[in-house]
Ligand binder design. Structure first.
Ligand code: SAM
Length: 472
């Protein structure tokens, strides 16, 4: 029985409800009257239900698809402006006891060298990341209670926050580790993490169990209810995601929106972010062996429809995707990207030849961070290293409130400008710095609140003189 208020996985992600949604969407994919009425509701910019959004995703009418893209772009502009938040993943350990068939870290894979960073090695990685200019990390580990216990993760977070190198500091550590207990989520919360991220991989229970044949991750309910436990443990920024390619994309699309609706219904706050990874080639993994691959066109439609359905939720795309693909998706709704990423354990301090390393999967966008920053600015995006909201306690429902009132521009835009200036002063190449300083001049004109504008100008001058870490 479908019930978004239930905390039982099979009730808030009801298989029957997903199938009925897909069926309804398929039957109405050319129903112009219905599509128009959904688009009209979507123009209020308060989101759509999984059923409504699924109709838009199924829609095959070219003019209506154009309207979907235009609206997604408009919502992106209204809520996120031209800012793109930057982060990098940091792989701490690839020890893993699970048998996930799409992931090279699976226990049976004896090809890849297993590695777990010591605290000293974490220091080296973090300094290398700080020297690139990163302020925000997502830490990743395989699931292994013996090699990667929660104490190791907590100690690593403490190490990361404690490293002050030159003008660098990591100001927000997001965490992507396996589903765990309320107790452990409490500990992560107390350690001051940003978002807790966990990809569902697939919402289809039967496929999930086949794709995760062994290990603790096999338990569908435990994995799917992880965000509930995270919320109960005090973490109010959670990040959802599915690994596109494993199951039918329409199934995942309807289900991830149901998951968002469930969090909103029970905890009063939807997900902070949605990630949309696609399965990639990796050691021992051939993406062709999964039947549900999606092409760039459908991928773009998924991004646009998620943007319309959940205007208040940030959307993340990683370096799994190519420069070309990322460019296309930026204006359809993506608000965060990774840059200069390494998916191997220890890969920032000590990059290894591709065939020898322990990379999780192939990275398509291999450009250094400076190039990514320059590229964004040449397209008139403002790269942001901002971490202010979470540091000012604007998380969970408090952040959503600010976002719903389209107020994030009063905080986020000044903060983006200030943190970009820090990046330009401390890490950018000459070329990037020139482009950036010109962009900042232009962006100052978009600040219509006089007091805010004056404060930003003062902060920019102080940054040039060597002061750091200003925020609204
Ligand atoms: N071990 C943690 C867990 O169980 O959730 C998460 C860390 S894992 C390093 C991060 C994510 O990488 C996984 O959740 C999965 O979606 C993704 N991933 C695994 N294999 C992949 C592949 N071949 N291509 C693209 N992404 C992959």
């Amino acid at each position: 029985m479908y019930n978004p208020k239930s905390t039982k996985a099979e009730e808030f992600i009801s298989h029957k409800e997903v199938l009925e949604t897909i069926d309804y969407a398929e039957k109405n994919k050319n129903n112009i009257e219905l599509i128009d009425s959904i688009l009209e509701k979507a123009r209020e910019k308060k989101g759509l239900t999984h059923l409504e959004a699924s109709v838009l995703l199924a829609c095959e009418v070219p003019e209506k698809i154009d309207e979907i893209y235009t609206l997604a772009n408009e919502i992106k502009q209204d809520f996120y402006g031209n800012r793109i938040v930057l982060f990098a993943p940091l792989y701490l350990s690839n020890y893993c006891v699970n048998g996930c068939v799409y992931c090279p870290y699976h226990k049976q894979n004896t090809n890849i060298p297993r590695k777990k960073l010591t605290q000293e090695e974490i220091r080296n990685e973090v300094i290398a990341l700080q020297d690139m200019g990163h302020k925000r990390l997502a830490i990743e580990t395989g699931e292994d209670p013996v090699n990667n216990p929660i104490e190791y993760v907590l100690e690593s977070i403490k190490t990361i926050y404690g490293i002050k190198h030159k003008n660098g500091s990591i100001r927000r550590v997001n965490v992507n580790i396996a589903a765990t207990t309320v107790e452990n989520y409490k500990k992560l919360h107390e350690a001051g993490i940003g978002t807790y991220i966990l990809f569902q991989e697939t919402y289809n229970k039967e496929s999930y169990e086949t794709l995760h044949p062994t290990g603790p991750k096999h338990n569908y309910a435990y994995h799917t209810e992880a965000m509930d436990r995270a919320m109960q443990g005090g973490i109010d920024d959670v990040g959802l995601g599915v690994l596109f390619g494993l199951e039918s994309y329409r199934y995942e699309f309807a289900a991830i929106l149901m998951h968002a609706e469930h969090l909103e219904a029970v905890y009063g706050v939807g997900p902070h972010t949605i990630s949309i990874p696609r399965i990639k080639k990796a050691d021992d993994i051939d993406p062709e062996s999964f039947d549900n691959g999606i092409d760039d066109e459908i991928f773009a439609k998924i991004v646009a429809c998620i943007r319309i359905a959940t205007p208040y939720t940030g959307m993340i795309i990683s370096t799994r995707e190519s420069e070309e693909c990322r460019k296309k998706l930026l204006h359809l709704g993506i608000s965060q990207i990774s840059g200069g990423s390494k998916t191997s354990v220890g890969g920032y301090f000590n990059p290894m030849p591709e065939d020898e390393n322990s990379a999780q999967f192939d990275v398509s966008d291999r450009r250094p961070l400076d190039e990514v920053i320059k590229w964004l600015m040449e397209m008139d995006y403002v790269p942001s290293f901002c971490t202010a909201c979470y540091r000012a306690g604007r998380t969970g429902d408090r952040f959503m409130e600010v976002c719903k009132q389209q107020q994030i521009k009063n905080f986020c835009h000044p903060n983006a400008i200030i943190t970009l200036k820090e990046y330009l002063e401390d890490y950018a190449s000459e070329d990037t710095k020139n482009i950036g300083n010109n962009l900042i001049k232009k962006e100052l004109n978009t600040l219509d609140n006089k007091t805010i504008k004056e404060t930003v100008i003062e902060d920019l001058e102080k940054i040039e003189k060597g002061e750091r870490d200003f925020r609204f």
